[in-house]
Design a protein around this ligand. Sequence first.
Ligand code: MCN
Length: 793
Amino acid sequence: MTMAPQSPAPDQVGSPRLRKEDARLITGQTNWTDNIQQTGMLHVAFLRSPHAHARIAAVDTSAAKQQPGVVAAFSGADFAGEQGSLPCAWPVTEDMALPEHPPMAVDEVRYVGEAVACVVARDAYAAADALEAIDVEFEPLPAVVDMEAALAEDSDPVHAGSGQGQGSNKAFVWPFSAGDVDSAFDGADVVVTRRYHQQRLIPAAMEPRSVVCRPDGDAFTMWSATQVPHILRLMLAMTTGVPEHKIRVIAPDVGGGFGSKLQVTAEEVLALLLARRLRKPVKWTETRTEGFQTTHHGRDQIQDVSIAADADGRIRGLKVDLLADMGAYMMLVTPGVPVLGALMFPGIYKMDAYAFSCTGVFTTKMPTDAYRGAGRPEATYAIERIVSELADEIGMDPMELRRRNWIRHEEFPYTTIAGLTYDSGDYESATDKAMRLFGYDELRAEQRRRRESGDPLQLGIGISTFTEMCGLAPSRVLGSLSYSAGGWENASVRMLPTGKVEVVTGSCAHGQGHATAWSQIVADRLGVPFEDVEVLHGDTRVSPKGMDTYGSRSLVVGGTAVVEACDRVLEKARRLAAHMMEADENDLEFSGGRFTVRGTERPATSMQEVALAAFAAHDLPEGAEASLDADSTFDPENFSFPHGTHLCAAEVDTETGAVCIRSYVAVDDVGTVVNPLIVEGQVHGGLAQGIAQALYEEAVHDADGNLVTSTMADYLVPTAADLPDFTTDRTVTPSTTNPLGAKGVGEAGTIASTPAVVGAVVDALRPYGVRDLRMPCTPQRVWRAIADARSAG
Ligand code: MCN
């Protein structure tokens, strides 16, 4: 057999390849979880609590069982002893309160939407209809909605007897301090103190949550719209007692998650229990309102922040006191979110001292958990907003104040006061570029003119010079932060006999385009055409080792595992090629997918020829295997720290309170870029979500704990039409923590943009005495702030 050598691949890394997965995704040629059909499949609907807090006196499912098409109906009690408690993988302190969290409530419900009973029927409509026939006797208990009230000594407990200390709704206190905070503040010329509210947000992925579970003898196959098939399999095994090797989890194409599918949900656990009990495949797909009520929420913190500085603007110290709303239970990483954020409050600034404390609080609301950025948007918001306020207090340009305090390029690697070592950065270059693109000086001049003329349309400029920690790993550090799992990632690369390549990755893309980016990496490393690479993922049987996708970790951790596996394949290929060419390995050169012998005219041997020879195995060097494949697990030494400068110019109509973003410039530095088109898309999507927090989105509960904003008509997710044109650009400061030199980008836009936008709105209103606004800055809130400031002043 001979194979025609194929043309060498052009440089792929750095080129804006169109995403190879998109044709399939946008022409409907894929199976989302809800499209999956199984013979004899049954459908599940959940009866959910209409109360934020109530005792369950009785559940009667007998009438529901008589409804047409119904196969079974169960209450939580029917699964007592079997359903376990939903897992929390991040017990941040040893004495953290970790109340039982049964997938289906048994004695008490603690948020509106908590599952109380379920119906299993031959179709989804019959299941939904039969819910009405279930009789539940609730004995309402007081709702606990407000975080501060929840901490009062006389507050009703969310979990009687399981909290700690004063106010039994206190779940934990996590303190951190470095440097002499008291003397930093005592000796300061200026201290600025603010209270910032991170409103509760609802992740609204395009594809709702959906799960199918099929019994296969004594084993189970689960399809789930999840970001974390590996974590899900492990946790299902630990929760239900089904042995891990008897569970296969498949994440088919997943239509977005933004953290909300980094979870082990009640419905997934119950799907498995129902499949086991009924010996039939079962499916459940949430409705949008069900999703808003029962897919975990994000943010929800109150931040009391103080910054101390000298009169010349040098920052001396920072104090942060955080209340973080856990909601009713601890879910997979609920308590870890604010703790992760703790490390990022100092941002890009040098300072002498830092004190942080976070109190986790139980309320009778849907639990919070990771939502795009998870802790880092909150931290970035606080530091970027208060630094601008400090500049105003001192009477200094806010960019000048930043320049005086940020870590300089030549100071990297730099260990911050929070104890993180930032790998690399060049804040100066990113800022200079952003200011040029933005026209900073011209816009300041226009702002002055408008202020002087009393123009009802005021202009504000918001700044965010941010950094974030991403590439979640290293396992060692995650362990030191009490996270139960590791942070490594695995990849295996196998060259098939015809020279085509299969890459198996533990990462689990749900919109990020890994198939394209990984193909680019492999094409460059192995010198094969981009089209010849197939990326396999999202199935624990196909990719048994993995830590999944979140925390903008996939490229820097998972992509690096791909690089390392490619390098091992190349090592094997080099050895075999040397044998085939009867040359010394050290004399071989590899370029464009071909081996040549240095200094000779001998014909080249292509990777394809080597792959075929490996497969045939007729004449292998001593000890070589009959395959060209390799596996790698990468666990970096450190996080990577992307950074950037985002500038927002907002016009505020002081008569109506309407805010219009006039221009938005984002200069991001994510180190080496594998695919600029994907990076651009990630930044755009991230900006949309950060701007959404600043101007549009807020999950509102009434005093009884009902989610008032439980439809898309009430919870305003902005569309493309609501967003401005973005000017994006980049600087490139390679990371030193991985061989690609890459830093993550999946959350950067969201983390950076919220303070830039709110900063612009507040800046526009400075002449009116406004110094802060609660998010989202709706026209009503802006107008009210102006009116209040006018009547006060
Ligand atoms: N990339 C690149 N060069 C870089 C950095 C990244 O080309 N220097 C590419 C990567 O190859 C990958 C993409 O950008 O294709 C994102 O990479 P990375 O920053 O590693 O982030 P992850 O792939 O780990 O994705 C997770 C991240 C997170 S945490 C959230 S939340 C989020 C996000 O991705 N959720 C998303 N982006 C999303 N995009 C979509 N469409 N849907 C979601 O749910």
